[in-house]
Design a protein around this ligand. Structure first.
Ligand code: UDP
Length: 194
């Protein structure tokens, strides 16, 4: 089920439901984009039609922020709970370790994604890390980054470039990346790396 919030479609899912939906994406083998929608982006999308259509073109949109959950309640279409980028990432990483899915971490300052991956593997010894790459490459370097990810063949791609840059990157290269589930995670790698 979905609701419409200020023109943006938001899926009525809790954290466990979002993980199940994404497990389905991985099984499909077809590229999917997941957006955790925060109030800043929803607000910005009111003035940026391209951003609004990006959100509405995503395969799963969760409410990332109490403001979004609150607005849905006021609109008479309540959402079960807030599903943030970091919570969803951590739940997916646990599932990935159990299922044997490969994960790729793209974003943050040099060294941070590697350290985040190391810490995640410490917590989940079976976790398969397909690769990591920092997020400070010029626009001209994008095709090379896309190729690196494509050849690493991850099942899950976490992109921490900040919103909405990360969502735009995923949308632009969704097919070229060929990743079953790609999502933006903001500053999550910094948090995980500690
Ligand atoms: N970042 C990046 N490349 C850029 C700009 C930002 O990799 O060109 C990273 C930055 O190092 C940080 C994350 O993107 O790890 C943004 O974190 P923030 O919490 O600001 O994300 P937001 O909550 O705004 O989505």
């Amino acid at each position: 089920m979905q609701i419409n919030l200020l023109g943006a479609r938001v899926d009525v899912v809790d954290l466990a439901g979002a993980v199940e939906r994404i497990a389905g994406f991985v099984q499909s083998g077809i590229p999917h984009q997941v957006v955790t929608l925060n109030p800043e982006i929803l607000y910005r999308a009111q003035r940026e039609p391209a951003l609004l259509s990006l959100i509405n073109g995503a395969d799963l949109v969760t409410a990332d922020g109490v403001g979004v959950v609150w607005a849905a309640k006021v609109a008479g279409t309540p959402l079960p709970e807030r599903v943030t980028g970091i919570d969803l990432m951590l739940a997916l990483v646990a599932r990935a370790a159990a299922e044997g899915w490969r994960v790729f971490l793209l974003g943050a300052s040099p060294g941070v994604a590697e350290e985040a991956a190391r810490r995640l593997q410490e917590k989940h010894p079976g976790l398969l890390v397909a690769g990591t790459m920092h997020g400070y490459f010029p626009p001209a370097g994008e095709p090379e980054v896309v190729e690196m990810i494509r050849t690493a063949r991850p099942h899950l791609l976490f992109v921490g470039l900040g919103a909405p840059k990360q969502e735009q990157f995923i949308a632009r290269y969704k097919q070229a990346l060929g990743v079953s589930a790609a999502m933006g995670v903001g500053g999550s790698f910094d948090v995980i790396a500690g």
